[in-house]
Design a protein around this ligand. Structure first.
Ligand SMILES: [Zn+2]
Length: 211
């Protein structure tokens, strides 16, 4: 069996963002102030994967300590080459549970978990999930909820582009890929989709909402 790859820890800046979706999409927007996400990655990681709307591979939110009130699974089972032994992760199906339970307990995600992943697709979805963990909503307006989280992820990817080694053209490609996913989500709800543009992303960086 190959030796576990070498890892490094990177602190990603995940600053607070403005709400850019209509009133009522969230019932407690920014109940938890987002600041950073600690990311453990192999030194050789894949910054080229395309975005996929399917469940991302090797996206691990690793618990810093024993957390018995969230669904858990063994880290090793999901990423055998990450060097984990007995560490537990948030079960990949339990993003919504975590969004609800973190809010109920008023517990910040960063105090409980760090991220381990090795590919760009999973990093994008991890940042998207990170957004969920800081804003609570009933998830009735699914397309709008996801839109806010997608734009947050895009802004944070841009903010951290040097740490991620993401080129401008790679980021622009992400923007287009998110646009495709967004249009599909809104179409499924029979609604007109908002545009996924640089301007839409950077509107999150201002301390006000446009709606
Ligand atoms: Zn989501």
């Amino acid at each position: 069996m190959a030796a576990p790859p070498e890892f490094e820890r990177v602190i990603l800046d995940t600053r607070s963002v403005a709400r850019v979706v209509p009133d009522g999409v969230f019932d407690a927007f920014a109940w938890s102030a987002s600041s950073t996400l600690e990311w453990q990655r192999p030194i050789a990681w894949d910054a080229t994967t395309q975005l996929s709307p399917d469940l991302p591979e090797r996206l691990l939110f690793v618990f810093r300590e024993d957390v018995d009130w969230l669904p858990r699974e063994l880290a090793h089972y999901h990423a055998p080459k990450f060097g984990f032994t007995t560490e537990m992760i948030l079960a990949p199906y339990a993003i919504d549970d975590a969004t609800d339970l973190l809010y109920e307990r008023r517990t910040s995600a960063a105090s409980l978990m760090y991220l381990a992943t090795d590919n760009l697709n999973a990093l994008f979805w991890a940042l998207h999930d990170w957004s969920h963990f800081h804003h609570h909503g009933p998830f009735e307006e699914r397309a709008w909820t996801e839109f806010q989280c997608d734009l947050s992820a895009l802004l944070w990817m841009h903010d951290n582009r040097e740490r991620i080694s993401l080129s401008t053209s790679q980021w622009s490609r992400l923007l287009e890929e998110v646009g495709v996913i967004t249009r599909k989500r809104f179409q499924e709800e029979g609604k007109e989709a908002p545009s996924v543009t640089r301007e839409a992303v950077f509107a999150l960086a201002t301390p006000r909402a446009f709606l």
